[in-house]
Design a protein around this ligand. Structure first.
Ligand SMILES: [Zn+2]
Length: 147
């Protein structure tokens, strides 16, 4: 039985969501180094994160499913500023990046989320959290209250 790593994660939650979804789709898969990373996040960088592994013969099918999940997930993003559905995950371009790099090195996955931001390809709006469609209304309401 040959196992191949198809994706790595810095956090337990994302790893488990995809593990469950792949298993539901009939893919036999496992998480490797989950225990090490969860118990001691500082070791996450040392071991290379939590690895999602599948059987070699299901590798192609699993990768295809992962792309579909990613695409579907991206479709739910809406720019709160201009309403565009074209959102990409990009590295954050600020001076805070050095601090983030140090924090990430020290605390592993607790600081890693600040490294990338979701950016609207239309108006360049940036958000550190995933701009889901249902969040847009809350943000709109807040802005109206401020004005
Ligand atoms: Zn936008």
């Amino acid at each position: 039985m040959k196992l191949v790593t198809i994706r790595t994660f810095q956090n337990y939650f994302s790893a488990h969501i995809l593990l469950t979804r792949l298993r539901d789709a009939g893919i036999e898969c496992f998480l490797k180094d989950e225990f090490t990373v969860t118990v001691d996040p500082i070791l996450s960088n040392a071991v290379g994160g939590i690895k999602l592994v599948v059987l070699k013969e299901q590798e192609q099918e699993a990768n295809k499913l992962l792309s579909q999940f990613d695409e579907a997930y991206k479709q739910t993003a809406v720019c709160p500023r201009c309403g565009s559905r074209s959102i990409d995950l990009v590295p954050k371009q600020t001076t805070a990046n050095l601090a983030t790099a140090i924090l990430t090195w020290l605390f592993g996955n607790y600081a890693i989320s600040a490294k990338n931001v979701y950016q609207c390809t239309e108006c360049k709006y940036e958000s550190e959290s995933f701009p889901e469609a249902f969040n847009t209304q809350c943000i709109d309401a807040d802005e109206k209250n401020l004005n």
